[in-house]
Design a protein around this ligand. Sequence first.
Ligand SMILES: [Zn+2]
Length: 243
Amino acid sequence: MILIRFRLKRALWACAGLLVACLCVALGIFSLRQVARQTAAGVGQTPVPVVLLDAGHGGEDGGAVGLGGVVEKDINLPVTRKLNTFLRVMGFETRLTRSTDTSIHDLTAGTLRERKVSDIHNRFAMIEQLGDNDFFVSIHQNQFPASSSAHGTQVFYSVNHPRSVLLAQAIQKSVVRLLQPTNTRKVKPSGTEIYLLWHSKKPAVLVECGFLSNAGDVEKLQQDSYQNQMAFAIACGVLQYNS
Ligand SMILES: [Zn+2]
């Protein structure tokens, strides 16, 4: 009987201990999230901005095809998903134009051209839904077969909003500092060739992470670890822009 009572007591203490541990973990997660949200919101700024993330191309639209047959969409999506994870940990609200390997065209779009137009219009509609405090980050890969030595990240920005260039500069600077110390590329204003940036009225940038026509970039961009580093460097730039 004494032994049973002793075991019961021990079991109760174990349960109590477990409960306290769970509470501590829950409180810890809650506090971390609060800190993260405050970090993303910046000092004295509310509310937390929404970052609309766009993995370029998708589905039947593969984008550029690089050395060794690597397809652009297959790099854009994992980098975007990793970026999404880092930004959420940092406390940002995020939305994705797509989270799987798909085009987001209307089902009524018939021809390939109609599907492409519908896809880009639907992405643009998501930009239009953003609030004044929100912004847009698109992830793509570059291609320049005429000179296979061209390499490194370059960020393009929309000229329609004064904060776009600041976001582009923060991302470019972060990638150079954390990942590509010899990269001397400068941020560039987008022309009509980048539809979403040309028409966006919200702060908007497009990150060309690297060149699929450059052997070094192609090798790195396919590595999970490098994709993580790239996503983290971009996320740090976004955080810097927002602080
Ligand atoms: Zn692209």
